[in-house]
Design a protein around this ligand. Sequence first.
Ligand code: 2AM
Ligand code: CA
Ligand code: CA
Ligand code: CA
Length: 268
Amino acid sequence: MNEQERKRVYEQAKDWILDAGAHIRNVIDEPLYIDTKSNPNDLVTQMDRDTERFFADKINQHYPEHHLFSEEGFGEELDSLQGTVWIVDPIDGTMNFVHQKKHFAISIGIYFDGVGEIGLIYNVMEDELYHAIRGKGAYKNDKKLPQLEPELSLEKSILILNGFWACENNRINERKVQALIKKVRGTRSYGSAALEFAYVAEGIADAYLTMKLAPWDYAAGVILVEEVGGITTQANGKTLDLLSNSTILSCNQTIQEQLVNDYIELKE
Ligand code: 2AM
Ligand code: CA
Ligand code: CA
Ligand code: CA
């Protein structure tokens, strides 16, 4: 993708994500049509599907040669990241959307031949758009986000993690997780993976550790975090595979090494 084309797709994607979010805000108090997927707590609404279809139609009309990889079934089954691929989560944090009517996001990562070029995470109810184009830094609305503090220690860090898996002892050494929870300044859990990445990129949280995400949960987040000097790997430190579900660790380099070496022991 040449520079002009990249810029055009970036501006276009920002317009679409803001439009989709404005629509959700307009109808937020109308009744929801809610279904469940893999289990009774795995929710999906008509709004998830309608929003994904909105992006599928737009991409198809304007960029018929681009691919869509997404949660709710309007995209393609991809086995390669050749060409331009939009990785879209129409509503990330559906449980928050249903129960709280806030704290959810639309997440879009745009990859060209496997390289993350554009990352957008829109906190819909707060009207806060986190956005980045590779090599040009990350922004929250019009504000450029500063680089992460490279030497920030664990003792002064806020760690985002989901309480559910920390209780399980079949996937991770829970004693080491407990030691980590005691070591950090505090822990948080927000219920939207995309926002959790955005908060690391913003520097209001310092690390995000989670045991299972799909590509549309993390595709945009890894681009934003990279643009402020952070890194995202699997929880064991290995490189991510953008086509697979994965454990995730996203933070600065120092914390990443400490967590991988001293605190995360996966049972694989
Ligand atoms: P979702 O809302 O798009 O499904 C909740 O802790 C976070 O984990 C959300 O970002 C949610 O994305 C994601 N998640 C991924 N797989 C999930 C599942 N099977 N059930 C619930 N949340 C899931
Ligand atoms: Ca879901
Ligand atoms: Ca999601
Ligand atoms: Ca979703």
